[in-house]
Design a protein. Structure first.
Length: 417
């Protein structure tokens, strides 16, 4: 396993090019299964989760090639419905996105439980019940499940929760047959819209993009598509939080205003100094950031995946900040690591913490808990006094492209060992 060694206390300075969003790239890649023609996607980040999904695609017979640094070409004219490789699927929870397009293409899918865990029905319930609403049959086994269905017809699907991946799965399936499907309580995140626009290029008719009600009239012969992945809102928020926490000044581009409204609201709450001109977001030094209240929510609320980086930022703000993440259990389990670094954090309950600041964090040997909390540990180490060693940084690689090289370009003292 790799480690980061970070010597903290250096303000970040310079320009960062924002990569495409992982959460947009993964469903776009999966959607290429629907077509027998070439699908081309731009601004695809070459991160480990994307590369893992491409391995699965190639194992099915897809032809995959890179054109330059971030343009990806996929042709699925010769794929077959062989059983998905357990070892490949277990690496990637997002492999659940293959079910909708494989079901559309072949009428039957057998897939291990994504992520290698026996997740059971509850975490995948939104997917299963939506497939069943369209007439599919779901059979659960000890270590895998099977979804079967051929003669899909017009239907209304009310999702049990506004799940992003369940919305994307049903959207891909509904785009492959000619009857109308109405999806209610759909997720409306920008990356869902990115997928929907690509499916329209492939021949589907979709109304309500960007809302929680989608009307889909598909086509039995989805065609080619060419579309760019939207800029990564999570990268924008993470690099901005790092700049503010280290009292640095950076420019980020390309940035789409519609993607970052919840971030700008938090910047305003804390009195951060920034400008947005065209597609460039500039963050300026501010030595007296104010405490803020942060509650995560589904889009267009504040994203749960940025809760941890902003909790680190709260340690450098004047006063007591409340951070409330009601969306998932265990999202705050990383705070013990910040406390060992000197953070003043009180856990109110499993979903709420109070962060009092500003505090001078101290370098420590810590471990990356997951992708986003791992990035939070990196930000904490960057603004800490002294040396930090962060273990298990492969988890950070799953969501951030060449993170240490890009941070070094901003003046950070970071190396991988």
């Amino acid at each position: 396993m790799s480690k980061f060694i970070i010597q903290g206390g250096q303000p970040l300075s310079g320009t960062i090019e924002i990569k495409g969003a992982k959460n947009a790239a993964l469903p776009l890649i999966a959607s290429s299964i629907l077509s027998r023609e070439k699908c081309v996607f731009g601004l695809v980040p070459r991160i480990s989760d994307v590369l893992s999904l491409l391995e699965i695609m190639k194992s099915l017979g897809a032809r995959v090639s890179w054109q330059g640094e971030d343009t990806l070409s996929i042709t699925c004219d010769a794929i077959d419905n062989r059983e998905l490789d357990y070892d490949l699927v277990r690496r990637l929870r997002a492999s659940i996105l293959l079910v909708g397009p494989l079901l559309a293409r072949f009428g039957e899918v057998k897939i291990p439980y994504p992520g290698g865990c026996l997740l059971g029905r509850r975490p995948l319930d939104a997917h299963f019940r939506a497939f069943e609403a369209l007439g599919a049959r779901v059979e659960e086994r000890d270590d895998h499940f099977v979804v079967k269905g051929h003669d899909f017809s017009s239907s209304r699907v009310f999702l049990t929760e506004a799940s992003v991946t369940a919305t994307e799965n049903i959207l891909m399936l509904a785009s492959s047959f000619e009857g109308e499907v109405v999806i209610k309580n759909a997720a409306c995140e920008p990356h869902v819209g990115n997928l929907a626009k690509s499916l329209v290029i492939m021949g589907a008719h979709i109304e309500g993009i960007g809302t929680n009600t989608l009307r889909v009239c598909g086509t039995r012969t989805p065609g080619a598509t060419r579309i760019a992945v939207v800029p990564d809102q999570l990268e924008i928020g993470s690099f901005a939080a790092a700049a503010l926490a280290t009292r640095g000044e950076i420019d980020l581009h390309p940035v789409e205003r519609d993607l970052i409204d919840p971030l700008l609201l938090k910047f305003d709450d804390m009195g951060a100094s920034y400008t947005l001109k065209g597609d460039v977001l500039s963050i300026y030094r501010n030595d007296r950031l104010s405490a803020f209240h942060l509650t995560t929510n589904i889009w267009p609320g504040f994203p749960t995946d940025l809760q941890a980086p902003f909790a680190v930022l709260a340690t450098q703000c004047q006063g007591s900040s409340m951070v409330h993440d009601w969306m998932y259990d265990g999202r705050l389990f990383y705070i013990d690591k910040l406390i060992t670094m000197g953070a003043n954090i009180t856990m109110c309950d499993p979903h709420r913490i109070i962060v009092s600041g500003p505090t001078q964090l101290r370098g420590k040997d810590i471990e990356s808990p997951d992708i986003r909390a791992g990035m939070a540990m990196v930000i904490a180490a960057l603004c800490a006094e002294g040396k930090s060693v962060i273990d298990r940084v492969e988890l950070v690689d799953r969501g951030y492209y060449q993170i240490e090289e890009r941070l070094r370009s901003l003046g950070a003292r970071i190396e991988r060992v």
